[in-house]
Design a protein around this ligand. Structure first.
Ligand code: ADP
Ligand code: ASP
Ligand code: MG
Length: 406
């Protein structure tokens, strides 16, 4: 008998029929004698709808109230799934994040989990019930409802698995595992049987939204056995996220291609080339709680230099406004921006022992006439910033170049 945490994403609970199917799957595990905690997302599209609704009333929604609104999507699905389970004879009980309680900090819309109280869940599990928990949400020390950022139900699932010391955390979604790249963009993409935490962390942080990055961080930190599976298929082992590289296998150089459309670039031209420039520009951006990704400072000439960086597209306008203020203070010639860029990355631990990956990547892009605007590398990834119109082409070409189609 095992304790299993299963998380079902939005598409998997997208309508009553699908919720009933989830109930059947859960019932199967329950009948085998396992203790099951189920974490669910809102029905697909629901969170987007709630955000849009909020924005109709307040263009820049108050974060606390937005979380109050957005958390309702998951409150619906926990109730529905519990009813579906009871209907087929499985005792079940639903919990909101606050009822569990999943304690978070007070950073509304992107709160971090601080602790999880397992007492209620344990009591129900021991009484033979299935516990159904709302993903994506928690409660802060003052009792305010918080949410964990888009895609945050993955993190709820893994965090609950860590707290309960579950034997396995299963993430059920609309694909049957983690692929070499998003199968929606490259139909030839191949499912991976295993991927290391390190690689999964890079893939997630570079835009592969199959798992929210924080869920992978949690799983790595608390050694949660994590698996991604299809909620629409009964067969298959999905993808296991592993701690160790498989030493018996010849490690592929590149394991996957990740991409992110959600990027924007800003450049401040002709700023004085003096100590403290990077700090003054990026300090102001950080003070506004905007995450900066890639940064380039050009070689200076005539006492001035150009300074570029990328931010999340949603922060583009805000960052532009801040730069105008900084420019007025520091002196600078011009601010330019582009919010039609994307980032494409090749990820693989095999890169460590194989030089020449970057040049292979740059050549493949050059052969297609794709201009690279920015580059950043680490031990196990190479990322390039490109015009958004090249995204699909670049992903396909790199997928082929690194032999991932085979
Ligand atoms: P859920 O609602 O179940 O959380 P998501 O839409 O958040 O599902 O994540 C699943 C989607 O992630 C897939 O439909 C797929 O299009 C996308 N995806 C992106 N990169 C990958 C990848 N490398 N492997 C598998 N799926 C990926
Ligand atoms: N419903 C939330 C979202 O759409 C959380 C999740 O699905 O993981 O972002
Ligand atoms: Mg998701």
């Amino acid at each position: 008998m095992a304790l299993i945490v299963q998380k079902y994403g939005g598409t998997s609970v997208g309508n009553p029929e699908r919720i009933k199917n989830v109930a059947k799957r859960v019932a199967k595990f329950h009948a085998q004698g396992h203790q099951v905690v189920v974490v669910v997302s809102a029905m697909s599209g629901e969170t987007n709808k709630l955000i849009a609704l909020a924005k109709e009333v307040q263009a820049n929604p108050d974060p606390r109230e937005l979380d109050q609104i957005c958390s309702t999507g998951e409150q619906v699905t926990i109730g529905l799934l519990s009813m579906a389970l009871m209907d087929i004879g499985v005792p079940a009980r639903s919990y909101t994040g606050g009822q569990v309680k999943v304690l978070t900090d007070s950073t509304f819309t992107k709160a971090r989990i601080l602790s999880i109280d397992e007492a209620n869940m344990r009591r129900d599990l021991e009484a033979g019930k299935v516990v159904v928990v709302a993903g994506f949400q928690g409660v802060d020390a003052d009792g305010n409802i918080t949410t964990l950022g888009r895609g945050g139900s993955d993190t709820s699932g893994v965090a609950l698995a860590a707290a309960l010391k579950a034997d396995e955390c299963q993430i059920y979604t609309d694909v049957d595992g983690v692929y070499t790249t998003d199968p929606r963009v490259v139909p030839e993409a191949k499912k991976l049987d295993t991927i290391t935490f390190e690689e999964m962390l890079e893939m997630a942080s570079l835009g592969s939204k199959v798992l929210q990055i924080r869920s992978v961080e949690f799983a790595g930190k608390y050694k949660v056995k994590l698996r991604v599976l299809s909620s629409f298929q009964d067969e298959g082992e999905g993808t296991l996220i592993t701690v160790e590289e498989d030493k018996n296998m010849e490690q592929p150089i590149i394991s996957g291609i990740a991409f992110n459309r959600d990027e924007a670039k800003l450049t401040m031209l002709g700023v004085p080339d003096t100590p403290g420039i990077a700090y003054q520009i990026l300090g102001a951006i950080a003070d506004a709680n905007i995450d900066v990704d890639m940064i380039i400072q050009n070689v200076g000439h005539d006492g001035t230099t150009d300074f570029s960086f990328t931010v999340n597209r949603g922060d583009f306008a805000k960052a532009q406004g801040i730069l105008e203020t900084v420019k007025a203070k520091l002196g600078g010639r011009e601010i330019t921006g582009d919010n039609k860029i994307c980032k494409v990355s090749a990820v693989g631990v095999g890169m460590r022992s194989h030089p020449g990956v970057a040049s292979k990547m740059f050549k493949a892009l050059a052969d297609e006439g794709i201009n690279i605007q920015m580059i950043s590398t680490s031990e196990i990834k190479i990322s390039v910033v490109l015009d958004e119109k090249y995204l699909e082409l670049a992903v396909r070409v790199l997928h082929r170049t690194f032999g991932l189609d085979q």
